[in-house]
Design a protein around this ligand. Structure first.
Ligand SMILES: O=P(O)(O)OC[C@H]1O[C@H](O)[C@H](O)[C@@H](O)[C@@H]1O
Length: 543
């Protein structure tokens, strides 16, 4: 596989392209290219929007012209990003630092059949896991598998963090309109108050605990597992009668001698942040909403995967979004990107994409370890509209500018009575605001009063999906996954490793040892390498 990317220092064609893109950005920064002018150009909307059934992306308000866009497409050609994406779906090693494939797409049936990897038929294995999930959930819903206290399971709590939690929480909230078979709660944080809030909200006798950890070594998850087990035992409930696990084959949790109600496998070729379409999302979502709903979500993911795989570059929605992201970060030098869904059910989309994007692309070296010309990635943040407008949009309009993805839903989930306020329904009001925000950011408005002046020229994209049905949510999830991966390939970073999270874990281990020594011997004097750490430990332990 060719190894080159926009942030590679020593490739002459890339250097040449980089110079042309820099020049294109200088041109876009001239008054002639204010968004007011760009939006007035004939054909702007049709030339700068793309759609497939159920998914539409309007990037006419991005600060791009045809020249910049076609140069950006050259970066895709030079890096072979679409080819690499296709190779990824076929099981090639696209994560060289860990010598792994990245086959999250196979979890929803994308890619060739059979899909052989290390002599294993990946899709067949995943189908087996899904079959097991389907049967287990059916047995729970029918009461054939019930709690040790003789009650049906009516609630489930996910114990997991990062990729073993965020995607699942996003999809669960997004699909909140589906008939609920069980309630789902989440225990990601090692903060004991997270545990306290969970146990206040559950009936312990009818609660199933789902431990999700690929490594089964993540400290927070193991501490929470220990906390929950101790609490259950204290309440006279055997933890193993109320627990299931989702973990990688061969992990410390994949131990037949440690009894649990059931265990399900995730695979080492699916990274945590890409794992919601595997058992990681499959089991909790199927328990909560039914396996059929999860399957429809997978269908939506596959629709978008297929679009990315089969569309020509110029029509490719995820690729175009990746190119725009690169443009805004590297050439327009915006410090962050916001994701603002005008749908409260999509409230957890930004935190999910935050991990997906920042953990995948926050890198300083190429997959071969060469330093990049500059660190990759940007900051992703967001809140649902209109809430966001009433909190941080002041900065968006008059402060340090950042590009925004506005997400609009054609039909809301709620279909009951809809009152009219100022002549419109709440959903219409939501849309009025979405459109107004995108317009105001782009066009601005001049005023003689400098405090009331809006320069405009602030970029945004509008993405629309038809509804909040499982297929639409699947498409949205897979769109952001593909956008992230393609951006990584074009930049020339490995979007599948995350060594940057390790150092803090190691240092926490050293501090933990000091605390444990003090717990064992109250007269122990802290001996951290850092005086500051000693100060805080004294503070924490002082009576
Ligand atoms: O599933 P686990 O092994 O418990 O990992 C949970 C999470 O922890 C890490 O520190 C990583 O940064 C994440 O990528 C991962 O999803």
């Amino acid at each position: 596989m060719s190894q080159t990317g926009l942030l590679y220092p020593d490739d002459s064609s890339i250097k040449h392209l980089h110079a042309k893109l820099t020049k294109a950005a200088q041109e876009i920064n001239t008054p002639d290219h204010h968004l007011r002018r760009l939006l007035d150009r004939p054909g702007r909307f049709s030339d700068f929007s793309l759609g497939i059934d159920g998914f539409f992306m309007d990037f006419s308000r991005q600060r791009l012209d045809e020249n910049a866009l076609s140069l950006l497409h050259e970066s895709q050609t030079l890096s072979n990003a679409l080819k690499k994406f296709s190779e990824m779906t076929q099981g090639q090693i696209v994560n060289p630092t860990e010598n792994r494939a990245a086959l999250h797409t196979a979890a929803r049936g994308t890619g060739p059949s059979p899909l052989l990897f290390k002599e294993m038929d990946v899709k067949a294995q995943m189908q087996q896991v899904n079959k097991k999930i389907e049967q287990f959930c059916l047995s729970v819903h029918e009461g054939k598998i019930s709690s040790a206290c003789g009650k049906p399971f009516t609630q489930a709590v996910v114990i997991g963090i990062g990729g073993s939690y965020l995607g699942c929480e996003f999809v669960y909230q997004a699909l909140a309109g589906a008939d609920r078979k069980m309630d789902l709660l989440f225990l990601p944080n090692v903060d004991i108050d997270n545990f306290a809030r969970v146990i206040e909200s559950i009936d312990k006798e009818s609660t199933l605990w789902i431990v999700i950890s690929k490594s089964y070594t993540t400290t927070e998850t193991m501490a929470n597992l220990n906390q929950v087990s101790t609490w259950l035992t204290n309440q006279g409930i055997s933890p193993e009668d109320h627990m299931v696990t989702i973990t990688a084959k061969g992990s410390p949790g994949d131990d037949p001698d440690t009894p649990v109600l059931a265990s399900f496998h995730m695979f080492d070729f699916i990274g945590g942040r890409y794992s919601v379409s595997s058992a990681v999302g499959g089991l909790p979502l199927s328990l909560a909403l039914g396996y059929d709903v999860f399957k429809r979500f997978l269908d939506g993911c596959r629709l978008m995967d297929t679009h990315v795989l089969e569309s020509p570059a110029e029509k490719n929605i995820a690729l175009t979004a990746a190119l725009i992201s690169i443009w805004n970060t590297l050439y327009m030098e915006y410090p962050a990107q916001a994701i603002i869904p005008y749908a409260s059910r999509l409230a957890r989309l930004s935190p999910h994409v935050q991990q997906l994007y920042m953990e995948s692309l926050g890198k300083s070296v190429s997959p071969e370890g060469q330093p990049l010309t500059r660190p990759a990635g940007t900051i992703i943040f967001g809140e649902p509209g209109t809430n966001a407008q009433h909190s941080f949009f002041q900065l968006a309009h008059q402060g340090n500018a950042f590009p925004v993805d506005f997400i609009g839903i054609k039909a809301p989930g709620y279909t009951g009575i809809q009152a009219l306020s100022k002549g419109v329904t709440n959903h219409q009001e939501l849309w009025a605001n979405l459109l107004a925000q995108a317009g105001a950011l782009a066009l601005g408005r001049s005023s003689d009063d400098p405090a009331r002046n809006f320069d405009g020229n602030r970029p945004s994209t509008i993405i629309t999906i038809d509804n909040l049905e499982p297929e639409s949510v699947g498409m949205l999830l897979s769109f952001y996954e593909a956008r992230t991966v393609l951006e990584g390939f074009i930049l020339g970073v490995n979007p599948f490793d995350q060594f940057g999270v390790e150092l803090g874990k190691v240092m926490a281990g050293d501090i933990r040892k000091e605390m444990a020594a003090k717990n064992q011997n109250p007269s122990y004097m802290f001996a951290c390498a850092s005086k500051t750490d000693n100060f805080y430990l004294d503070l924490l332990f002082r009576k």
